[in-house]
Design a protein around this ligand. Structure first.
Ligand SMILES: Cc1cc2nc3c(=O)[nH]c(=O)nc-3n(C[C@H](O)[C@H](O)[C@H](O)COP(=O)(O)OP(=O)(O)OC[C@H]3O[C@@H](n4cnc5c(N)ncnc54)[C@H](O)[C@@H]3O)c2cc1C
Length: 355
């Protein structure tokens, strides 16, 4: 699915005339026995994606000594990494939408969605007292999905999407070494498996800084966020940075942090479906992107268009995202590997021994 999405990103870039997606290689690392890493190797093989499994020394050589792995760890290298500039990307899709006849409304909070009566379809009402009618309506309210669905259905419908308060951290690269952590130097996007699950990207949006963060979050009401990032700068993260990069990155503290929200489903798979209830197939929902939905935006869009226009989607991707999976099993789709995103209560994360 991700390969199909990459093609659609390229098509959109070609149409608009500028780039938003910067491809690079991806390094996944962790103990060889880690089930998620094993599942990743299997998935690459099933989808004919080239993957190289490197040992500690080979990883050091591949990335010119920047990543230092513990002895029992391996590094998986594929060509499927990349960074998307999010603001530019959203703006790109808005520009393409406008060109194709879309009408954009900013600052229009939807407060009610109701059946269209004899006319069919649905009415969508905003806080500013505007009302729109459409044959079909798609709700993509991110972390507010569940709140909005409960509100418009009078608490009759609910989605298994939990907002999590999370955030990202930027760390300072040692002076004189900044260029070694960029795309031009073949520095990869990366993920480190196990506890805590850590991810990072090459230095791009803030020169001299590298984004390294923990893939976790604190359950929250999206309208009552604390905006605190204490759990994100845990000892486990600083220790990981020190162990991987030594003195090439200042691990004492992040120099910049940003608070944001994940919208998590129990199986970390998306929800793309008809809402059902009184709305039947007139209202669709697309949410619960669980911290990995941005790169999938074009393919999710394609699935939604198929469902609206044709009533079905090509390629059988729809089944995986249906809400009915939670009726069969409250945990959703079965996985061969454990959860990657941890719910933080009182931040106690396992720290790895120093090398
Ligand atoms: C820290 C972090 C790191 C991530 N890293 C990656 C990554 O590496 N790769 C990746 O693919 N994805 C990543 N993601 C996930 C990606 O950002 C999300 O999957 C994606 O943004 C979700 O899009 P969305 O449209 O569902 O929600 P959002 O982008 O949150 O958009 C929802 C919109 O709905 C609006 N809204 C809410 N309620 C209403 C209402 N009542 N009326 C009108 N509008 C409303 C909100 O204001 C918001 O603008 C990351 C997310 C986070 C937080």
């Amino acid at each position: 699915m991700v390969l199909e999405s990459y093609k659609l990103w390229e098509q959109a870039e070609a149409e608009v005339g500028y780039k938003v997606f910067f491809k690079t290689c991806q390094l996944d690392m962790g103990p060889i026995e880690d089930k998620s890493l094993q599942a990743l190797i299997a998935s690459c093989k099933n989808n004919e994606i080239d993957v190289r499994v490197l040992n500690q020394d080979q990883v050091e050589e591949e990335f010119s000594g920047k990543f230092k792995l513990p002895e029992n760890w391996v590094g998986l290298v594929t060509e499927q990494g990349g960074v998307i500039k999010p603001t530019k990307a959203v703006s790109m899709f808005q520009a393409l939408g406008l060109k194709n006849g879309a009408i954009l409304k900013d600052n229009a909070e939807v407060v009610q969605i109701k059946k269209g009566g004899e006319k069919g379809g649905v009415f969508v009402c905003t806080k500013g007292n505007e009302t729109f009618w459409a044959e079909k309506c798609v709700i993509t309210a991110g972390s507010w999905m569940n709140k909005l669905i409960k509100q418009v259905s009078g608490n009759k419908l609910e989605l298994p999407i939990q907002p999590l308060e999370t955030g990202v951290c930027y760390w300072k690269i040692k002076e004189g070494k900044e260029s070694e952590f960029t795309f031009d130097a073949n520095f990869p996007t990366f993920a480190s498996y196990g506890l805590p699950y850590i991810y990072g990207t090459p230095s791009l949006e803030f020169p001299g800084l590298i984004k390294i963060a923990v893939h976790n979050g604190r359950p929250c009401d999206p309208d009552k966020r604390t905006f605190t990032i204490d759990a994100l700068t845990s000892e486990a993260l600083t220790q990981w940075i020190q162990n991987r990069f030594g003195d090439l990155v200042d691990s004492t503290r992040p120099v910049m942090t940003q608070s944001c929200l994940y919208s998590m489903t129990p199986d970390e798979d998306f929800v793309i479906d008809y809402l059902g209830g009184e709305f039947g197939e007139d209202v669709l929902v697309a949410g619960g992107f669980s911290g990995h939905g941005f790169k999938m935006a074009p393919i999710v869009g394609r699935i939604l268009v198929d469902l609206i226009c044709e009533g079905e989607t090509k390629g059988g991707q729809f089944e995986h995202f249906k809400l009915t999976r939670f009726k069969k099993n409250p945990k959703g789709n079965m996985k061969e590997f454990s959860d990657q995103v941890n719910f933080v209560k009182n931040e106690v994360l396992v720290t790895e021994p120093t090398n």
